[in-house]
Design a protein around this ligand. Sequence first.
Ligand SMILES: Nc1nc2c(ncn2[C@@H]2O[C@H](COP(=O)(O)OP(=O)(O)OP(=O)(O)O)[C@@H](O)[C@H]2O)c(=O)[nH]1
Length: 370
Amino acid sequence: MFDGLKDKLSSFREDAAEEVEEKAEEAETEADADATADAEAAPDPETERGSDASDGDATASDAAAADDAGEDSGPGRLKRAAAFATGKVIVEEEDLEEPLQDLELALLSSDVEMSVADRILDTVREKMIGETRAQVETTDQLVTEALHDALLDVISVGQFDFEERIAEADKPVTIVFTGVNGVGKTTSIAKLSEWLAERGYSSVLANGDTYRAGANEQIREHAEALDRKLIAHEQGGDPAAVIYDGVEYAEANDIDVVLGDTAGRLHTSNDLMAQLEKIDRVVDPDLTLFVDEAVAGQDAVKRAQEFNDAAAIDGTVLTKADADSSGGAAISIAYVTGRPILFLGVGQGYDDIELFDPEELVDELLGETE
Ligand SMILES: Nc1nc2c(ncn2[C@@H]2O[C@H](COP(=O)(O)OP(=O)(O)OP(=O)(O)O)[C@@H](O)[C@H]2O)c(=O)[nH]1
């Protein structure tokens, strides 16, 4: 999962750490050279005692040396050298220039959305530049921490505890799933039903996809495999009515959660978006979840944004993360929509769904999981 991105992040860490180390060493060499120059320029107390004239000469050459140092090194260098002498390393903007350019390219080529990449770069800059570290700390640690914070900042936008939300909500909890065709919506509903069952919550499936021929059969297969009740109407029926029936069934039978499928649609299909509005009006779902596939990268991010604009979503289920190397959608969707990723689909089996944990993803991306 996300191997391509992991490799790119790892290269950035190595390059940035190397640059900062190199510059720190330069500062050390300069600090040493300055110290030697100072020592050489310092008047010998023995000779000094005998000659008043040499006193004046020494002061002049000291000043000249100080001037030279100022001209050649600039205040940044001096500050750096001074910090180095006290056991610290200061990170300067120029150390990071090249690695950050490479990081930007790496993120964009991993399908990370532009504004998200910018934000990550800004945070890394903010966390690292002007930062001092003790020489005993590794620079890699400093870079890793900055990258960790930058990634977490964008990935964890809007995050809430899904399990707690379900536990605390009045029952039945109604969840409606939207998204385009073929991204794994129906499979995700089945997986979520199983995920809920494992945590002691019963669920009923309601097939609001009355549009596509074969939709009833597809979801029925899952319902039968999992031994769940399915509410379905004829093809061409009113999706809001199906989900409403699902809610009534749940109320009558003490079922905790209603999982409502809907037809795959583009945010631009007006009639289908109007159906979603009707579902909203008639059923007033507790949560509307957008489903898309991680492998769609930038397209998934764009669709999430467009769906959220057209019909406010509460979160995303990102499927096929197991087949995605880029990780761009996983990193970008929450920041772009302001709504969290709640689940990752990680395979075709019913158990292949994971509650999304931003901290866990960041650790995995930075190779800190083992
Ligand atoms: N590898 C992998 N495959 C998945 C995942 N989730 C779903 N799939 C597969 O993706 C395909 C499409 O899934 P569906 O659930 O039929 O997709 P859908 O969005 O409901 O499709 P429509 O009903 O046509 O809108 C199926 O073959 C699923 O097994 C996942 O997390 N990982």
